[in-house]
Design a binder for this molecule. Structure first.
Ligand SMILES: N[C@@H](CCC(=O)N[C@@H](CS)C(=O)NCC(=O)O)C(=O)O
Length: 229
């Protein structure tokens, strides 16, 4: 198995995805909390291109970018549960939606949390539109295919559950911390997504890994206070 080290930040859903994958597969690892305002020499050496967390270091060899790390973990430790489906078409679909989430949803959520005014309003519109697309094209369609499975991967969370859930399961904290737009993340409008999220939130690995609610609310409030000054 070798030595596995993860450089991360507690509030980062990109980092928490990796922790979820390692825990799901039962891979022991050492966690190193980074201070992204004062990055360690190790982090800069291991990820000289993006200089970001997460970085997984396996037997001294670094791997950066959360989606790349998740694929590496699944390929190196082939033991169950597999995170990606075995069928190439199903794998392609999972990768498509993981990319959609990172390219479309994540930037809107980030803007809503960290901006105000017109920029925030634009991000809210984009988020709602992309949530609608996901509800119809992903959650509703997948729910009819996997009628009895709570997760995209079946009975255990997989690649897509982790990618989206590591961020979406924080919705209560985001809602509580936001001064404006508290009706923003009204998940009742997305019943298929809501039932997936409700099952996922109850999974022990999610509970064990997600940032503590109050601590996250406090952090988001601090970001927003800085924004106001
Ligand atoms: N695309 C990257 C995003 C990682 C990312 O944005 N990491 C943030 C923490 S959430 C970071 O390290 N920020 C420090 C910086 O931008 O300087 C991934 O999927 O791993």
């Amino acid at each position: 198995m070798g030595e596995v080290k993860l450089y991360g930040v507690w509030a980062s859903s990109y980092c928490n995805r990796v922790q979820m994958a390692l825990k799901l597969k039962g891979i022991p690892y050492e966690y190193v909390e980074e201070d992204v305002s004062n990055k360690s020499r190790s982090l800069l050496n291991y990820n000289p291109v993006h200089k970001k967390v997460p970085v997984l270091v396996h037997n001294g060899r670094p791997i950066a970018e959360s989606l790349v790390i998740l694929e590496y973990v699944d390929e190196f430790w082939k033991k169950a549960p597999l995170l990606l489906p075995e069928d190439p078409y199903e794998r392609a679909k999972v990768r498509f939606w993981a990319n959609f989430y990172d390219q479309k949803l994540s930037p809107s959520i980030n803007s809503i949390v960290k901006t105000g005014g017109e920029e925030q309003e634009k991000a809210i519109k984009e988020l709602l539109e992309n949530m609608r697309v996901m509800e119809e094209e992903l959650f509703e369609k997948e729910s009819t295919v996997t009628a009895r499975s709570p997760f995209f991967n079946g009975d255990s969370p997989g690649f897509l559950d982790i990618v989206m859930g590591s961020s979406m399961c924080n919705h209560r904290a985001v809602k509580e911390a936001l001064v404006v737009g508290t009706d923003l993340i009204n998940l009742d409008k997305y019943p298929f997504c809501y039932s997936w999220l409700t099952a996922l939130e109850e999974h022990p690995i999610m509970k064990d890994t997600l940032p503590p609610h109050d601590k996250l609310v406090e952090l988001i409030r601090k970001w927003r206070e800085k924004l106001a000054h």
